[in-house]
Every structure is written in C-alpha cells, then in structure tokens.
Design a protein around this ligand. Sequence first.
Ligand SMILES: CC(C)(COP(=O)(O)OP(=O)(O)OC[C@H]1O[C@@H](n2cnc3c(N)ncnc32)[C@H](O)[C@@H]1OP(=O)(O)O)[C@@H](O)C(=O)NCCC(=O)NCCS
Length: 152
Amino acid sequence: MVAQRSIRIRDLNPIDMQAILSIEYKCFKDPYPLSLLNHLYTMHPDGFLLAEADGKVVGYVIGVIRWEMMGHILAIGVDPPYRKQNVGSTLMEQIIGRLRAKGVKLVRLEVRKSNVGAQRFYLKLGFRQRGEIPYYYEDGEAAVVMDYEAKD
Ligand SMILES: CC(C)(COP(=O)(O)OP(=O)(O)OC[C@H]1O[C@@H](n2cnc3c(N)ncnc32)[C@H](O)[C@@H]1OP(=O)(O)O)[C@@H](O)C(=O)NCCC(=O)NCCS
C-alpha cells in the first residue's frame, strides 16, 4: 500500500507557468505552448488549479466556462512520480466544485481515443462517454467526448 502524500491545491500565480509547462511536456506529445497557456490564464485566471506536494508543483488542471453554462476541462496533468496517489482526482473534484459554484451543471472534456487510462480515471470520477469526434487531434486521432452531470 502506497502512503498518501499531503497535497495542497491552490490557484496559479504567473510565476508557476514554467512548472505547468514542464508537466505538460512530460504528459502530452502535443503539449500546449507557453503562449496558449498564458492566453488562457489571461482569459480565465480562476480556471487554473495547481497541486503541490513536497514543496513543488506536481499537477494542474485547467477548467473554464463555455457559452456561460457548460464547464470545459481543457487539460489535466500530474507529474509521473506523483500519479496514482489521488492528485488528479483531488484536482478534478476541486475544479468541478468551482465550476458548479458558478452555476455549471454539465462539464465536458475530450480525451484521445487511445488514452484508455485517462478514460478510466474520468469514469471513476463520474464522467460518461458521450461519443467521438473523428480527426480531433492534429495527428488525426479521434477524441472521445465525456460528460459529467452535476446532481443537485
Ligand atoms: C490521468 C491522470 C491525470 C490521473 O492522475 P492521477 O493523479 O494518477 O489519478 P488518481 O490517483 O487521482 O486516480 C484516481 C483513480 O483513477 C485511476 N486511474 C488513474 N490513472 C489511471 C490509468 N492510467 N489507468 C487506469 N486507471 C487510472 C486510479 O487507479 C484511481 O482509481 P482508484 O480510486 O480505484 O485507486 C494522470 O495519469 C496524467 O497526468 N496522465 C497524463 C496526462 C493525461 O492523460 N491527461 C488527461 C488527458 S485528457
């Protein structure tokens, strides 16, 4: 059994952007460029949450509101040595709570069809698969669309 680390969730400070970028590069083959992360932060400063453990940033999530009513998870990443220790779930629960507090009832995300591990992770959090978008990613891979419906 793995001992649970102490995780702190907090808002992003601009100085943290480099740490997020570094985790992006460890997580994705098509990471968001720094310019896009900066743009998203300018548009949605409260859409970023970070997880800290051992005094450093070990994960992040970006969740924004679309069309004034739907939550949209744009990215979540956890530094590989800190995975499977509840960091991702804690980030998702916190960002969903924040979106719900703003009146959101439906939260959507897209995930690569081949990323079966992330799909399992989302299923455990209560997301359901809603369909696919062919050729969603630049390399031609399809996205699986997943939704979470908040219960009152
Ligand atoms: C997906 C990701 C964010 C999960 O973060 P995490 O901190 O490891 O997740 P948690 O520890 O909170 O896991 C919660 C549950 O999901 C399960 N889970 C997490 N990753 C999983 C995987 N790769 N395969 C199967 N199940 C997984 C865990 O086993 C756990 O189940 P349990 O409650 O029965 O123990 C992390 O693996 C990651 O950063 N992956 C790379 C980036 C990525 O794919 N992001 C999503 C793109 S849309």
